[in-house]
Write a protein that binds this ligand. Sequence first.
Ligand SMILES: Cc1ncc(COP(=O)(O)O)c(C=O)c1O
Length: 359
Amino acid sequence: MLNVTETFLPPMEEYTKYLQKAFDKKWLTNRGELVVELENKLKKYLSVENLTLTTNGTLPLQLAIKALDLTGEIITTPFSYVATTSSIVWENCNPVFVDIEENFLTIDPQKIEKAITERTSAILATHVFGNPCEIEKIQQIANRHNLKVIYDAAHCFGVKYKGECVFNYGDVSTCSFHATKIFHTGEGGCFITKDKELHDKIYYHHNFGHNGSTKFHGLGINGKMSELQAALGLAVFDHIDEILNRRKTAVAYYNELLHDVSSLKLIQIRPETQWNYHYYPIVCDSEKTLLAVMENLNIEKIFPRRYFYPSLNTLPYVQESTMPISESISKRTLCLPLSANLDRSSIELIASIINKTQV
Ligand SMILES: Cc1ncc(COP(=O)(O)O)c(C=O)c1O
């Protein structure tokens, strides 16, 4: 069986070597030495100044909205995972959707200004499949209208844009370290911001608002990463370059076998991006083609995923709006299996099934 992704598991003895440290200290959470060690390694590897690990990749989105004191309307993308929209609604703000660019699949900055009202407080955009948004244009609009910018960078571990870690753009970036991600801690995530004061505000929010054991800065929640999660992260991190290289090789082979299939388009990566090969999405010419491809792959026990589907403007708890490009793209996009362990023969089988699928 081949799923859309296969979680990278380090050798058990490498994982237990880190776990042993937590057991020796009898210290399993509350920012022990493993969480701090992983944060320091990630800050160095990613070239970011302020990064705090969290329980998952959804909470930091909510914490960022809270810490930036956002209210009213937040402009966002309809083509993302549900956590992007649900975080806005959870924090009692209204998501206002702006359609996406067909080629890059990220929010279309040309359409943002028309959606801004006096109630708009921020833009929350997703670097879809690790493909950066049109960052400069978004920042110019934000500056003109005095808006905050949060990037849902859940897919962006290791991505650079114009030579700089993509996490360093906007007011805050968040990442997910879910088991399906390139770098993972089972469940996990982080927030990153260049602004130390803002970082500290989010940091307090993620630890109940504690200022020492008996005092409080303000309101908080429990968003801490545990030592058990960090132990897995440290063991995975030791293999990160090998993981990225193996994915790069798999993507190159997919591209070679699929680049001239007339019924589908491949993802276009924004120029000046050092990508991380996180997903292998194909955009079919129709939903009918997508369903036929899925069915034929499923027969061979190959399970790609309709990611992202449905378009988020159609969620039952958001105000009705029409986003023609996102709705069309989400009906036609399929993420093919991709992992560090995907072998050439599996890629050949998947490509031959796609090539042979007639609708
Ligand atoms: C774009 C995006 N944002 C947010 C999340 C939420 O991350 P987590 O599952 O770590 O909470 C995901 C998870 O897949 C995602 O793909």
